[in-house]
Design a protein around this ligand. Structure first.
Ligand SMILES: Nc1ncnc2c1ncn2[C@@H]1O[C@H](COP(=O)(O)OP(=O)(O)O)[C@@H](O)[C@H]1O
Ligand SMILES: [Mg+2]
Length: 212
């Protein structure tokens, strides 16, 4: 979390875009069916996003991502029969807090190739109940041969992680301030990473179901 960042979020924006968030009562009522999953209606998501001057960036496994007018990225949980995106917001925020307990992020344009924290897109703010999280934007890297190099570049910094783990998949990597960074670290945090990089207090809070 960055203390001097004020989230540019109105109650109206959160209500409108929150209508795509997980609603367990609805899921129970629908017998867990995804037939009427509001997060499948990309047109409706785009319309709501535009109404609030946001760009819809994409859909992950449990969250929707939007570009805010200030350039940062807002992630909201979405309907999913499998996992609740609030859990990914909680974990991403915990990992960032755990890292900032040990490391200091390097100022812009002066990344430190040896600092683990500079391999992650920073978390700027997170709701107490994890209904939203705001992170710095990182440019997409393509699903191409070049992307493979980026994965290899990051895995070199974490030699104890297998290069083919979820964490280091190209879709979870972006470019920001001079280096490739992991943009999705809310799901399946590799055990070795948790063990080596995070203080015990954070490890305990992450929860075994989120550790791969
Ligand atoms: N920091 C970021 N900068 C730019 N795009 C991002 C960022 N974080 C996520 N995205 C985009 O949004 C998509 C969904 O976010 P992600 O964190 O992967 O959600 P999930 O945890 O549900 O998989 C990603 O696949 C990526 O395309
Ligand atoms: Mg993802």
């Amino acid at each position: 979390m960055t203390d001097d960042y004020t989230p540019p979020l109105s109650t109206e924006l959160l209500t409108d875009l929150g209508s795509f968030a997980l609603d367990t009562t609805r899921h129970e009522r629908d017998g867990g069916s995804t037939d009427r999953n509001p997060a499948d209606d990309i047109t409706a998501i785009r319309q709501q996003a535009e109404r609030h001057n946001l760009e819809f960036l994409g859909k992950g496994s449990n969250r929707l991502a939007f570009r805010l007018p200030d350039g940062n990225v807002l992630k909201l949980p979405m309907h999913s029969p499998f996992r609740d995106g609030t859990e990914q917001n909680r974990v991403e925020n915990l990992v960032w807090e755990g890292l900032t307990d040990i490391y200091t992020p390097t100022p812009e344009d002066a990344y430190d190739p040896h600092s683990p924290i500079d391999r992650f897109a920073p978390v700027l703010a997170c709701d107490d109940q994890h209904r939203w999280i705001i992170v710095s934007h990182a440019e997409k890297v393509g699903e191409d041969i070049e992307a493979e190099d980026k994965v290899v570049a990051i895995s070199r910094e974490f030699p104890y992680l297998p290069a083919d783990c979820e964490f280091l998949r190209a879709e979870n990597i972006g470019w920001l301030n001079g280096w490739y960074r992991i943009v999705d670290y809310g799901s399946f945090i590799p055990r070795e990473f948790v063990r080596r990089e995070l203080p015990a207090g954070y490890r305990d809070k992450i929860g075994d179901e989120n550790i791969a």
